[in-house]
Design a protein around this ligand. Structure first.
Ligand code: PGA
Length: 240
């Protein structure tokens, strides 16, 4: 894993956005794997700025998001579909038909998860995957456990994740208890991975990741087995 330590969140976001823009410029019809959460918001803002300045064109880009709460309506302002529209898609020239977020309203989750994976495969796989990380080491909603899933699946959220994410909901009871997430196999198939980590609260997990072994108790540790991962973090996360 390559590591880039940035001065602060703004610099981390600029570095990440430049790498994403570089991918789009090199391959205008590339497939981006996108993530939600507070971490990539600055990267998305920077991508919007690059687009507004005519430096990058998203017209032929295809995107697949990692995860979505389940159940949830796409109109719910806490859904990841809403997040992506609001924080990125509504502000760039990507064709919304080319943007994919797992449906939080799947009637037949097993069949639809399988279809999601097939769509990614048929699109040629993910060229560049953006990831955040949970304080507990989750990526997407692959939570620490005795075993992990390779494919897209429905999963129970841990109490820790429900508590951490409750900050966005009116009350903790409104946080969905399940989610749909790409599995570790899907993530590791991406050709290139950018993992963004910022803030003091992520310092412990960043160092666990850098210094520890691969374990299902730290799902992100599986990234150590991938040939092209770049961690971009800020000094708060890395320490002085
Ligand atoms: P955050 O979430 O960016 O809001 O910290 C990251 C994650 O849980 O994967």
């Amino acid at each position: 894993m390559k590591l880039i330590v940035c001065e602060n969140y703004a610099e981390m976001s600029r570095v990440a956005a430049r790498m994403v823009a570089g991918q789009v410029i090199a391959k205008p019809d590339c497939v981006l794997g996108l993530a939600t959460g507070s971490t990539p918001i600055g990267t998305y803002q920077e991508l919007i700025r690059l687009y507004e300045n005519g430096l990058v064109d998203f017209k032929d880009v295809v995107s697949y998001n990692l995860d979505e709460y389940y159940p949830i309506s796409p109109e719910n302002d806490q859904s990841y579909r809403y997040f992506m529209n609001h924080n990125l898609f509504d502000h760039i020239n990507i064709d919304k038909n080319n943007t994919h977020v797992p449906s939080g309203e799947m009637a037949d989750p097993d069949a639809e998860c399988k279809k999601y994976d097939e769509m990614v495969e048929n699109a040629g796989g993910i060229d560049l995957q953006i990831l955040g990380i949970g304080q507990n080491g989750h990526i997407g909603f692959n939570e620490p456990d005795d075993f992990l899933y390779a494919e897209t699946h429905v999963t129970d959220l841990t109490e820790n994740t429900i508590a951490v994410n409750s900050r966005f909901f009116a009350s903790i009871d409104e946080v969905p208890k399940q989610a749909i997430t790409m599995g570790l196999g899907n993530i590791l198939k991406a050709k290139k991975i950018l993992l963004l980590i910022n803030g003091k609260a992520k310092s412990a997990i960043l160092h666990t990741l850098l210094e520890g072994n691969i374990t299902t108790r730290v799902p992100a540790s599986f990234l150590k087995a991938h040939a092209d991962v770049t961690i971009i973090c800020d000094k708060e996360a890395y320490g002085e």
